[in-house]
Design a binder for this molecule. Structure first.
Ligand code: KMH
Ligand code: ZN
Length: 271
């Protein structure tokens, strides 16, 4: 089995300090958290940024500060979110790609999220994908249901996304597909041969989806964007604590965890 890539989604757009007091929000906190996750065994940091008030932002200047800070302290792979702030204009969501991060999220469709619509129109998705190609940014294909996997094949045909493809099954969002074994299994069966895949199991789906991915050759994502808890009702002390647990689960199952160079090779990082 290929080595396990552990991604940590350290902040997200929805989690607040009120629900998770250890959430990294400022640039300094995010840089420290990314470093600690790297030390704990994460090879990818999925990054959302916040503005001065702690609100979700897609602005280039906020990304620039955090990305350069993380690069100063560790060689972890940085994957920026292009879907960070619900309702942000497309131009603002596209701009941080010009910083040429290693990776970026490429959301493959729209989905209801709480009482909001996380909108990703086909023309916008194509614009994101083309910008990623131009900037040598490796896309992570975020898929929330089977239709989004079908749509990925359309982009492959148009050569807007390039092999090897890396899919992230995002399961357990408020109105999305649940992180059940059946759902994971059918999604895995529909991606192309040779594609890598990971699961971001939201909330209570984090541990079952992580164990399934470890056992079946997938990759895992943990972090406060997806799950703030260590156990029922007990918030985690840090993102790194969740990374350490993922690493321990993998080691107990004799699945080796990828080092940065190994993760870069698996994901074919270009920048
Ligand atoms: N927040 C997750 C439900 C993105 O950042 O572009 C989805 C996500 C997508 O991580
Ligand atoms: Zn995200």
């Amino acid at each position: 089995m290929e080595k396990l890539i552990i991604t940590c989604a350290i902040t997200g757009a929805e989690t607040t300090k009120a629900s998770q007091p250890n959430l990294p929000v400022t640039a300094t906190e995010q840089i420290e958290a990314a470093h600690a996750c790297y030390e704990a065994g994460a090879s990818v940091i999925h990054l959302h940024v916040r503005d001065e008030k702690g609100n979700p932002s897609q602005k280039l200047e906020h990304f620039e500060k955090v990305i350069s800070g993380i690069k100063r302290v560790c060689p972890v792979i940085i994957q920026i979110s292009t879907g960070g702030a619900v309702g942000a204009p497309i131009a603002e969501r596209l701009a941080p790609l010009t910083l040429k991060p290693h990776m970026a999220s490429l959301n493959m469709g729209s989905i209801n999220f709480g009482d909001e619509v996380f909108e990703n129109k086909p023309s916008d998705i194509e614009a994101f994908a083309k910008k990623m190609l131009e900037m040598n940014v490796v896309p992570e294909l975020e898929v929330y249901d089977l239709a989004m996997i079908e749509y990925a094949y359309k982009l492959m045909k148009k050569n807007i996304i390039e092999a090897p493809y890396h899919f992230q099954f995002v399961l357990g969002t408020p109105q999305g597909l649940a992180g059940t074994l059946e759902n994971m299994s059918v999604m895995k069966s529909r991606i192309p041969d040779g594609a890598t895949w990971g699961i971001a199991g939201i909330g209570r789906y984090e541990i079952p989806s992580m164990l399934t991915a470890i056992a079946h050759g997938g990759h895992v994502r943990v972090g406060f964007e997806d799950n703030i808890y260590w156990s029922k009702g007990v918030v985690a002390t840090s993102n790194a604590q969740l990374v350490i647990r993922a690493k321990e689960f993998a080691e107990k199952a004799f699945r080796s965890v990828a080092k940065i160079d190994e993760a870069r090779a698996l994901l074919k990082i270009k920048n």
